[in-house]
Design a protein around this ligand. Structure first.
Ligand SMILES: *Cc1c(COP(=O)(O)O)cnc(C)c1O
Length: 341
């Protein structure tokens, strides 16, 4: 058993803490090198790199947890491997093979074992794989070379004192085009979201809600998280749109809702005008797992959910408890969800 790093796990936030190793692999002359664990926190790339000028880059976000028995586990890494492959294919980037992706993630987590927060701390090791187009270039074309890297950093639970409802406002901006890059995890969508986020925060909200970019009538995403609503007749409803980023957390919650909680699960358009149908609402993604949505304000009208928007509903709580218990190994999930390192 490695000696753990001297970190106050319970005080961790979502910020960068230097760990010992990162993984780096370079694609050059049509092939990937072996990849290596390296120390240091910077990379040096050509100033003409397509990732700098033309946004040819993508990334992933995942977490490692320590189980009660002291094992380190990943949650559905095959889904991240498949998603980054899809992102790379969409941006005409080199693809890092899926099995090698999982191997590299395991390797870098293992190498930084002393930074994986202990069981019960509520904290976890955040893992950030990324792919960038690099190499000498000026024109708009796919890069001649690529760097695939992974860094890790321990992060605290998103909500320190337990789940707390947050309040949101719809945005007049779009994070992606109707048939654009919304469905792939690329930095460009995030650059496009910074102003919308700032305006929502300046107006006193936790974040903004994006409406579907084609008609601006349906709920699309909650900041950088997917949306779901719960109806009083026990149905889990989540928006369907090609410009939504397919959240692994959401598909996991849908599985739990249907198979563990016996709920009906539906993916369909959710017009803002139909928000009154929900008794509970939430946002989901790797960072917070679930953020309870207390209310959504749209064109001056406020739609509040459980407990007039001030409480966390029982279904949201149950979904959160079930998924987080599976992730840290307390509860057995479907085969293949929890992968030991
Ligand atoms: C990453 C991401 C999510 C959440 O996906 P998870 O796989 O659940 O972490 C949701 N929306 C956007 C825009 C994202 O980039």
């Amino acid at each position: 058993m490695t000696q753990k790093a001297d970190i106050k796990w319970s005080e961790l936030r979502f910020s960068y803490i230097e760990c010992d190793y990162r993984f780096i692999s370079v694609y050059k002359d049509g092939k990937w090198d072996e990849g290596e664990l390296s120390q240091g926190h910077h990379i040096s790339i050509h100033q003409g790199s397509t990732s700098i000028h033309y946004g040819q880059q993508c990334f992933e976000g995942m977490k490692a947890y320590t189980t009660k028995e002291g094992k380190i586990v990943l949650f559905r890494p095959d889904r991240n491997a498949a998603r980054i492959r899809n992102s790379c294919e969409n941006l005409l980037m080199a693809v890092y093979p899926e099995e090698k992706f999982i191997e590299a993630v395991k390797k870098v987590v293992k190498a930084n074992e002393r930074f994986v927060p202990p069981y019960g701390s509520g904290a976890s090791l955040y893992i950030r794989p990324y792919m960038i187009g690099v190499g000498e270039n000026v024109g708009v074309r796919p890069a001649p070379e690529y760097i695939f890297g992974i860094f890790v950093t321990p992060v605290g639970p998103y909500f320190k004192g337990g789940l707390t409802p947050c309040h949101f406002v719809t945005s007049k901006y779009d994070r992606a085009a109707p048939r654009g890059t919304g469905g792939i995890k690329v930095g460009g969508n995030y650059a496009a979201s910074l102003l919308a986020h700032k305006e929502a925060v300046d107006a006193g909200f936790a974040d903004c809600i994006y409406l579907d970019p084609a008609t601006h009538t349906n709920i699309e995403e909650v900041g950088a998280a997917n949306f779901f609503g719960i109806t009083p007749d026990n149905t889990f409803i989540t928006p369907k749109s090609p410009s939504i980023l397919p959240s692994i957390t959401k598909y996991s919650l849908m599985h739990i809702a249907e198979n563990s909680l016996g709920m009906k699960v539906v993916e369909k358009e959710i017009p803002v005008s139909s928000l009154d149908q929900f008794s509970e609402a939430g946002a989901c993604g790797t960072a917070a797992v679930i953020t309870p949505v207390g209310s959504i304000t749209h064109e001056g009208k406020k739609y509040a959910f459980y407990g007039e928007g001030n409480e966390v509903g029982p279904v949201t709580k149950k979904l959160y408890e079930t998924l987080t218990s599976i992730q840290c190994g307390d509860l057995k999930g479907p085969d293949g969800w929890v992968v030991e390192i």
